[in-house]
Ligand binder design. Structure first.
Ligand SMILES: [Zn+2]
Length: 412
């Protein structure tokens, strides 16, 4: 089969900040983009296979900067403890296919022991799914992890660790076990009975030790941070992204802007617990706390935009009916409802997220030399952001991974 493909569409949003290109053609050779722009300016090589996408918009593959891949199917956090490990892994593999088919060609797994194995199986093309950057298990201070006593050693999502020396050791251990990044929880949380999103966790010295050790080994640090002081501690210690950021204030935003710390808001996560959690079996404490924080969270999102922070897109979805993989595009709609323009939301979910993951040289925009991760949606997502939840074509690394368009076949 010919190795050169020319993809034509009515419109292209390349996520490089300019206006859409109408019409557009993207030339892909092997796994790379070799040309992209208006058909008047691009010379398509002779013999290239043409893929005509008609009245659709081409965009870079979407990136979700905050997921968990652990095969959860219940809103009760303790159910995972009685789920056989292979069953959880198979469900997580099914979630990976759903993510890819929904247009997410890359995800950042912010904690879960299945991450390294899923990443490797997908990279070897044994199962379909997004390329994965994984934190392996997140670090959490003792007493903050949802668990029952007898299962203290098998909680798969987070690992309890305390003290400067132990924090350094566990960062080293996780990197040895395949972590691409380090995730650390530096405040309390909504979805745990014994902690509160307004509380800080970890001392500044402990967070500094995590960051120092991770950075020394070339890994970025994502910090679960909801409380105002906890967010500030994280930024001062040098974490690379603040996840959730429920209680931002101007001082926190000022610090984040100065140090270029990114924000991954995860609006859908709290919104879904507050509105759907009760019906889907969430513990009462989670529903109560989510309802308490949603308004403050939306205000923080608006403040972050006003203060010009680097904002990415992440959902915190993990596969249960409350946080279903494949529906992650919901976050894009909530960001628009929160006041961000559709064009900025698309950049957040592609180019900015690629930078937050540290892969912006290879992915995140449609440009010559980049890896060919492309999606197509019907109509114009700048006018109707929900079209990004109706992805009809997915190319990953130059291969057609999913097509719902007649006459356009998948290439496995
Ligand atoms: Zn998370």
């Amino acid at each position: 089969m010919n190795n050169i493909v020319a993809i034509e569409a009515e419109r292209m949003i390349d996520a490089r900040g300019g206006p859409p290109v109408e019409p557009a053609v993207v030339v892909v050779e092997g796994e790379r983009i070799t040309a992209a722009g208006s058909p008047a300016q691009i010379k398509v090589p002779e013999g290239a296979t043409r893929i005509a996408l008609g009245a659709r918009t081409l965009l870079p593959g979407l990136i979700d900067a905050h997921v968990h891949l652990k095969g959860w199917r219940s809103s009760n956090p303790n159910d995972i403890l009685i789920t056989p490990h292979p069953l959880a892994a198979l469900r997580a593999a099914a979630d990976c296919r759903k993510l890819l088919h929904a247009g997410f060609t890359t995800v950042r797994d912010c904690g879960g022991c299945l991450g390294p194995n899923l990443r490797d199986a997908i990279a070897a093309r044994e199962i379909p799914g997004p390329r994965i950057l994984t934190a392996y298990r997140g670090l959490s201070q003792t007493g903050r992890v949802e668990k029952v006593t007898w299962a203290a050693d098998i909680t798969p999502l987070r690992q309890e660790v305390d003290g400067v020396d132990e924090c350094r050791r566990v960062v080293r251990e996780h990197i040895g076990l395949g972590a691409d990044l380090i995730k650390v929880s530096i405040t309390g949380r909504v979805y745990a009975p014994q902690s509160d999103p307004g509380q800080t966790a970890y001392t500044l010295d402990e967070i500094r030790a995590v960051v120092d050790e991770a950075h020394r080994m070339g890994r970025l640090v994502a910090a679960h941070a909801q409380a105002t002081q906890g967010i500030k501690n994280g930024v001062l210690a040098g974490v690379d992204s603040i996840e959730h950021g429920i209680y931002l204030d101007e001082e926190a935003c000022e610090l984040m802007r100065e140090r270029k710390t990114a924000l991954v808001p995860t609006l859908a996560y709290f919104y879904r617990i507050a509105t759907l959690g009760e019906g889907l079996g969430s513990p009462a404490y989670a529903v109560r706390k989510a309802r308490e924080v949603v308004d403050a969270h939306m205000k923080s999102f608006a403040l972050a935009m006003r203060m010009g922070l680097r904002i990415g897109m992440g959902t915190d979805f993990e596969g249960s009916p409350l946080f279903p993989h494949g529906e992650n595009g919901m976050e894009l709609e909530l960001m628009v409802q929160g006041g961000m323009s559709a064009g900025d939301v698309i950049v957040a979910a592609t180019a900015t997220n690629a930078a937050i993951l540290g892969i912006e040289k290879k992915l995140g925009t449609i440009a010559t030399g980049k890896i060919a991760d492309l999606i197509a949606v019907p109509g114009n997502p700048l006018k109707e952001i929900s079209s990004l939840r109706r992805v009809e074509f997915v190319m990953q690394g130059g291969r057609v991974a999913c097509s719902r368009i007649p006459d356009v076949a998948e290439i496995s």
